[in-house]
Design a protein around this ligand. Structure first.
Ligand code: CA
Length: 219
C-alpha cells in the first residue's frame, strides 16, 4: 500500500498498525513523492491525506486517475463537511475517512476496499500453489504453507512478476522498503527459508536463481 501523509504522528500510527497486520507500506510525505511511488509500483491500496504541502490530496488523486491507475484510493482529512466528501469522491477516491478515526474503523475500511477491488490479484495461483492475498495465506494443494511475513511478501512479489528476473535490490525495495543497505544478504536468507518451506510441500524448484542478477519464477 502507499500512504501519502505529511503529519509524522498520523503517518507512523497508520504505518505501524498496518505493518502489524502484515501489510507492506510505502510512505510519501508529499504529492510529488507519492507520484514517483505510483509510477514505480502497483499498489493494492493508496491512502491519501487531503491537506498536504504543495499539491493537495484531491488533486493528487485526480493525477493518479489521469495516469490510468485503478488502485482503490482512501482519502483522509481533518475536515468533515459534505462538500469535502463529495469533492473527494468526485476526484476519483473510493472511500473517505475523517480524522480522528479509530484504527479498527480504518482497518475495516481497508479490508472492504481490498475486497471491493474484485481483482484477479486477490487470488494468485501457480500449479498447486494458491495464494489468498486478502488473507495473506499460501496453500499447496489445500495445505497451508506457514510463511513469515517477508517470505510471504517475496513469494507474492515473484509470482506477480513471473517470467521476469528480479534483482536483490528490487526485492529489497519492494518487500523491505527503500532505506535498506543494498549489501545485506537478507534477501538470500529469506529465499533460502522460503525454498525450504516450499520443498516441504513438494513445490520444488519454483524459485530460480539467476546468477549475478537475482531470482525469478518462470511464467
Ligand atoms: Ca496533512
Amino acid at each position: 500500500m502507499l500512504l501519502v501523509e505529511d503529519e509524522k504522528g498520523v503517518a507512523n500510527f497508520i504505518k505501524k498498525g498496518l505493518e502489524e497486520e502484515l501489510y507492506t507500506i510505502d510512505h510519501a510525505e508529499n504529492a510529488d513523492d507519492g507520484l514517483s511511488f505510483v509510477a514505480a509500483n502497483q499498489y493494492d491500496l493508496i491512502i491519501l491525506d487531503i491537506m498536504l504541502p504543495g499539491m493537495n490530496g484531491l488533486d493528487l488523486c485526480k493525477e493518479i486517475r489521469k495516469k490510468g491507475i485503478q488502485s482503490p484510493v482512501m482519502m483522509l482529512t481533518a475536515r468533515d463537511s459534505i462538500d469535502d466528501k463529495v469533492m473527494g469522491l468526485d476526484s476519483g477516491a473510493d472511500d473517505y475517512l475523517t480524522k480522528p478515526f479509530s484504527f479498527e474503523e480504518f482497518l475495516a475500511r481497508v479490508r472492504a476496499l481490498l475486497r471491493r477491488k474484485q481483482d484477479k490479484l486477490t487470488e494468485l495461483t501457480y500449479g498447486s500453489l494458491k495464494i489468498d492475498t486478502l488473507a495473506h495465506r499460501a496453500f499447496a494443494d489445500g495445505t497451508e504453507v506457514m510463511l513469515r511475513p517477508k517470505e510471504y511478501a517475496i513469494l507474492v512479489y515473484l509470482l506477480r512478476n513471473r517470467g521476469r528476473v528480479l534483482s536483490r535490490t528490487q526485492i529489497l525495495e519492494n518487500v523491505w522498503g527503500y532505506d535498506f543497505n543494498p549489501n545485506t544478504n537478507i534477501v538470500d536468507v529469506h529465499i533460502k527459508a522460503l525454498r525450504e518451506k516450499l520443498d516441504e510441500v513438494n513445490i520444488l524448484n519454483l524459485i530460480r536463481s539467476v546468477r549475478g542478477v537475482g531470482y525469478m519464477i518462470d511464467s
